[in-house]
Design a protein around this ligand. Structure first.
Ligand SMILES: [Zn+2]
Length: 302
């Protein structure tokens, strides 16, 4: 049987899985990788990835193609990496074709959040939706867009940089990793929640622990998570006014806090939409248990 090797490459680890053309995950692999070195060079990246993939391919001779989600901007469907915000040394890299010639099999690569959107549309909460806006809500906030059944990349692979929509414009607007101020990512990502909780309590714990505290009566924790939902809804309303897409799905670690996030998100979304759109937008939590990105990466080659 022909199988697909799919990989979701993050800052500190790679999740990979062997997937059937029907989207069934048969084997999952996770490995640490030192991409958190911001200064990784093109050649070092290729060497690390080739060695990682080779090890899996040698054990599974039924693998016939590789699909990869990667945190970067790609030119259309070419697998040509224009740049990667967290890996500044990587510019204009023929990533797919270099991997393909080293590994001797077809390799397709696309932006990680766009892969998650594709996975959610094909197998998850967005199944059957011709138009879908997908958010990945984790240490950062990513966005992926499907329009008329086609993943939309933008002209420079930078469409749906949702995390950098501005929701605050005053002098106190929070600074963002992109160099801007007031981006929704600097208020509502897991990293931002940890930071905001620390500013209020001098206690540094991760977003999951903050959610647990919120559920056990910590009012500061509860307020920070609920307001994050509010900020997400505000930014989503701006996106919907541009796109008129009625289905939104959300994946990522922070969806663990859905019960506190969602009511505030949907309230501020509707409050900020133009009246004819109010109440028409459905916002659904991913049904793929964090596998949206992997399944979307497999969809690149199946
Ligand atoms: Zn930003």
């Amino acid at each position: 049987m022909s199988l697909i090797l799919a990989a979701d490459i993050g800052g500190t680890n790679i999740r990979a899985a062997i997937i059937t053309p029907q989207g069934k995950i048969t084997e999952a692999v996770r490995t640490q990788i030192s991409l958190d070195n911001r200064n990784i060079s093109e050649n070092d990246l290729i060497i690390q990835l080739v060695s990682f993939f080779n090890e899996i391919i040698q054990k599974n001779t039924d693998i016939e193609a590789i699909g990869i989600g990667f945190p970067g901007f790609f030119l259309g469907n070419s697998g040509f990496l224009i740049s990667s915000p967290n890996l500044p040394k990587l510019n204009n890299v023929e990533l797919a074709s270099r991997l393909s010639s080293n590994l001797n099999m077809p390799v397709s690569i696309q932006n990680d959040a766009l892969c998650a959107a594709m996975g959610e549309q094909r197998y998850g909460a967005g199944q059957g939706k011709q138009n879908l806006l997908h958010l990945t809500l984790g240490t950062g906030i990513g966005g992926g867009l499907i329009l008329n059944d086609v993943p939309y990349t933008g002209e420079n692979g930078m469409a749906m940089e949702f995390g950098h929509l501005r929701i605050a414009h005053d002098d106190d607007a929070r600074s963002c990793g992109c160099g801007g101020f007031g981006c929704v990512e600097s208020y509502a990502s897991a990293t931002a929640i940890t930071k905001r909780y620390f500013e209020n309590t001098q206690i540094r714990i991760d977003a999951k622990e903050i959610y647990e505290k919120a559920c056990h009566g910590d009012l500061i924790a509860k307020d920070i998570i609920e307001s994050s939902g509010h900020y997400l809804g505000t930014a989503l309303a701006e996106a919907i006014k541009l796109l008129d897409v009625h289905s939104i799905t959300i994946s990522g670690g922070l969806t663990g806090a859905w019960e506190l996030l969602y009511p505030n998100l949907i309230q501020s979304l509707n409050a900020n939409l133009i009246p004819p759109l109010q109440g028409k937008i459905s916002v659904l939590k991913s049904t793929l248990n964090d596998n949206a990105g992997l399944l979307g990466a497999a969809a690149l080659v199946s």
